[in-house]
Design a protein around this ligand. Structure first.
Ligand code: DQA
Length: 145
């Protein structure tokens, strides 16, 4: 595993400002820097991309088929309803780990459903920003299986 994509969906650009009691006070920029540094320690390059637009996220996932060895993905609210993003993940050969900062099982009813999970290799939730690093570990462990 040489190159990993850290992908974040809608409203995650607002981290730090957005409901800090739920999502913490770190900005997306600082989380991206931390995950990239962790990747460097573990010998992988991490590229970061965030978008509020479903089509841009689909394009990036398609690109990941050839450009990346693994994807760490927080789909935001798309998690709960976007069959288009689920199909994008299902269309590529690159393993995807789903990450949520909050525990989506312990919140509103609509957040309990992930239409993305069945096409991901793992789901990590409720661990805050540490979940992104754990996802990187999961991707690296796939190589040793
Ligand atoms: C989230 C959980 C989603 O339900 C929500 O819509 C988000 C963030 C999380 O990281 O906990 O945007 O994916």
């Amino acid at each position: 595993m040489n190159k990993i994509l850290l992908l974040n969906g809608p409203n995650l650009n607002m981290l730090g400002v957005r409901e800090p009691e739920v999502y913490g006070r770190d900005t997306l920029e600082s989380i991206e820097a931390e995950v990239s540094a962790y990747g460097a320690e573990r010998g992988v390059a991490v590229d970061c991309f965030q978008s509020n637009h479903e089509g841009a996220l689909i394009d990036k996932l398609h690109e990941a088929h050839t450009a990346y060895d693994g994807v760490i993905y927080n789909p935001g609210a798309h998690t709960h309803y976007s069959y288009a993003l689920r199909d994008a993940i299902g269309s590529i050969g690159t393993p995807v780990v789903e990450v949520h900062l909050s525990d989506i099982e312990a919140r509103e009813e609509f957040r309990r459903i992930s239409v993305i999970a069945p096409v991901c290799v793992a789901q990590i939730k409720g661990k805050g920003k540490l979940g992104y690093k754990e996802a990187l570990d999961v991707l690296l462990e796939l190589e040793n299986r």
